[in-house]
Write a protein that binds this ligand. Structure first.
Ligand code: HEM
Length: 401
């Protein structure tokens, strides 16, 4: 199988993609000043104990490295701790329950068919351009109530964010780090200004959409500030599409390189949900989640001081041999698959039911419409150029026998 590890580049340190696992489940990296957690049991601890492993990691980033951070953090669900986290999460959780999400299936199917109509009769297609990027971004844009037709703009902004999301030192900033931070700030500002205009509009012209709900919502009798609404919407927009784009591409890639599993799932689509879970384990889109310790803590035989940045590599934990049998084997039939690709605990991915439904619906239709679908051996896949993400960026597929 063409793996990301073969594509070296930003993934060169990711030993788990080469089927290796370190003796140490937790380690300190003097180069960046951060702690890395690789083990499954240890990762579970960091994700399940927000008192010790806080999500407010921004406080550990020196002010000069991120001068506007306060403006972008307010209302960012991913960076909040209890009790504020729960109050804000409750506001949108009803929009993503399995029942509400299940009702989106006909729309997801219609969109998938519409997108695939564009390649009907063609010999080949690039999966990300034609399906894996537009589908989730249109779905989340429609839920939020922003024009899905602006998706090329989002892509431009998000691509810059991903390109600049490299391993950065918390100790000292290089010239390249400064340039990347500046570019990232510019693109986040673009996104935030764009969403701000739509939020302003919704204050005057309420509609049946999530943006209006956020504008009207009250926490303890108080409405959210403009910053809170915009940053909350921003997290939903970003988290709501890039990861699902990767899930779709990664699953096609996994199937293509495992012909027996591919044939089985083609013939029996009830195997698709387990195949998607295995793809999430094997190539976990959100490779890393960050936490900040609030106190000194023992983890994996190491003592992590208070106020340390802790990177929990869920992509590595998902290949921990102490938890998974033959972790380097893509096996949709594995009996036990407690993967952490959607996180755990209070920050467990709010969009997991939606991502799973989009994956199942889109892949079902793709396999129905293109029974000969396979990767083009002449065009190797490319991967998102960020070590924090594990995902296909471009995947050229052949459609005819
Ligand atoms: C949280 C992964 C799809 C919205 C998370 C977290 C992970 C994750 C690992 C936990 C982060 C942490 O603990 O710090 C994924 C993957 C997806 C996906 C792999 C697709 C395959 C989506 C979708 C949405 C979404 C479709 C859209 C609604 C969110 C939000 C959070 C979150 C809002 C923050 C939840 C909180 O902090 O309480 N996601 N996600 N995600 N995800 Fe997803």
């Amino acid at each position: 199988m063409t793996t990301i590890a073969e594509n070296w580049g930003v993934h060169k340190d990711q030993f788990w993609l080469r089927g290796e696992f370190p003796d140490e489940a937790v380690g300190f990296e003097s180069e960046t000043g951060a702690w890395n957690v690789y083990g499954h049991a240890e990762s579970l601890k960091t994700l399940s104990d927000p008192k010790v492993f806080s999500s407010d990691t921004a406080r550990l980033i020196p002010k000069e490295m991120s001068p506007d951070k306060d403006q972008f953090i307010e209302g960012n669900l991913l960076q909040m701790d209890p009790p504020d986290h729960k109050k804000l999460r409750t506001l949108v959780s009803h929009a993503f329950t399995p029942k509400v999400v299940a009702d989106l299936e006909p729309r997801i199917a219609a969109l998938t068919n519409e997108l695939l109509d564009a390649v009907d009769g063609a010999d080949s297609m690039e999966l990300v351009t034609h399906l894996a990027y537009p589908l989730p971004v249109i779905v989340i844009a429609e839920l939020l109530g922003i024009p899905a037709s602006d998706r090329d703009l989002f892509k431009e902004w998000v691509d810059t964010l991903l390109r600049n999301s490299q391993k950065r030192s918390l100790i000292e900033q290089s010239e390249e780090d400064k340039r990347a931070a500046e570019e990232t700030r510019e693109q986040i500002t673009n996104l935030v200004n764009y969403l701000g205009e739509h939020v302003d509009d919704r204050r005057k012209n309420p509609r049946e959409d999530l943006l209006t709900k956020l504008v009207e919502a009250e926490v303890d009798g108080v409405k959210l500030t403009q910053n809170e609404v915009v940053n909350f919407a921003n997290v939903l927009l970003l988290a709501g599409h890039i990861t699902t784009t990767m899930l779709l591409g990664n699953t096609v890639l996994c199937l293509d390189s495992h012909p027996d599993e591919y044939r089985r799932v083609r013939e029996d689509r009830s195997l698709l949900p387990a195949t998607i879970e295995e793809s999430l384990r094997f190539l976990s889109p959100f490779a890393l989640v960050a936490r900040a310790t609030t106190t000194e803590v023992e983890l994996g035989g190491r003592t992590i001081p208070a106020d340390s940045m802790v990177f929990t590599w869920v992509a590595a934990a998902n290949r921990d041999p102490r938890t998974f049998t033959n972790p380097g084997v893509f096996d949709p039939a594995r009996a036990h698959n407690p993967h952490l690709a959607f996180g755990r605990g209070i920050h467990f991915c709010i969009g997991a039911p939606l991502a799973r439904l989009e994956g199942k619906t889109a892949l079902n239709i793709l396999l129905d419409r293109f029974p000969h679908l396979r990767t083009d051996p002449a065009v190797p896949p490319s991967f998102i150029p960020s070590p924090h993400m594990t995902g296909v960026n471009e995947l050229q597929l052949l459609l005819k026998p």
